[in-house]
Design a protein around this ligand. Sequence first.
Ligand code: NAD
Length: 400
Amino acid sequence: MPEQVVKQRSRGFICVNAHPAGCAQNVERQIARVRSNMPSTSATDVSNVLVIGASTGYGLATRIATSWGLGCRTLGVFFEKPPAGRRTASAGYYNCVALHQAAERDGLWARSINGDAFSDEIKEEVLHSVAGSMGKLDLVVYSLASPKRTNPRAGTSHTSSLKAIGAPFTGKTIDLGNGEVGTASVDVATDAEIDETVAVMGGEDWRWWIEGLSDAGLLAPGAKTLAYSYYGPEVTWPIYKDGTIGAAKQDLKATADRLNAKLAQEVGGAAWVAVNKAVVTQASAAIPVVPLYVSLLFRVMKAKGIHEGCIEQMTRLVRDHLAVADGPQFDANGLIRLDDLEMRPDVQQEIAALWPKVGTDNLADVADFAGFRRDFNNLFGFDVDGVDYDLPVETEVFLP
Ligand code: NAD
């Protein structure tokens, strides 16, 4: 396949292709960020890490932070499309190709498995891979975000929904297609829709992963597992914390408590949930209200010099919580709070003051929608500094 010039193609606000050089540049930027922000010594003996959902967003950043920050051997699981003829791969696929090239260059051990993490086949493949080439795992990070899940044991398929619980909700949002501020109305979820969302984004699949690894004797003494959640400000609660996704996240926390007891007893380990800050990922951009809130958040946090993306968050997770002798630090509910800067009262007060005033006309002045857009384009390898989009690139590149 000859090289081709790749220009961004979108359907609605969703980008339907990806740029391999832009994705590679994003991965290199994250590696550089970790390297310059990690202490040279660490108090952790974590060396073998499994990241489930490792190709984009928080999972990719976790993988980069543990590899380049702590020198860990990482196995990544994700569900991405390889390239086919003139069709580019998905961005997550190119991210992982770039990660493997960088790992080889830098002498780091990395393996990847591309397939449905919810399936028993992929779980089996991972067990074989860990047993055959890693030994035992010190850390298992569960960072899946998916709209659907097929439960292989019950033979049922589940679809999550973004709905309110109890009362319908109408809130301010940005139409990502035309950049206009309007309102989004969200229906009340039925009990079945809540159950479906919990089945997709709750803790059952995480538990099955840990049970499978534990039964196979693949968890090292002191092994930890970690999943990610979000809390956010009150304006997002009806659609997030108090909505269907929030119900799934409650289930995730209940699962963490259950896994914590299991791992403590079996291997002297632990299970935690980290509450991360709002960032632009493919998953978060799909949630009404969130892009407008994130645009305001970016504006306020950048002005205060405390802006963070996935890699800054995961660098802090590794540096301040995982690699310190007395870590991690928990809040009163036993959660690791990486959203501490987002939730700082001065940050939230400024956003709350801007929220009623923001509209289409003043969006560019009071919010950083341009930054949101840019981050969104960056997810697919477009609009990335240092990439010449007029140059042809090889799009048929494959994972090792
Ligand atoms: P993302 O969309 O960037 O990444 C999702 C990952 O899951 C990708 O690697 C994808 O390949 C993988 N995946 C999806 N379905 C899969 C399947 N069936 N099999 C294997 N892999 C599959 O998402 P994200 O925003 O990084 O979210 C990760 C976690 O972080 C979620 O739990 C999310 O709730 C949480 N979180 C996100 C934010 C945010 O603002 N984005 C904030 C706080 C917490």
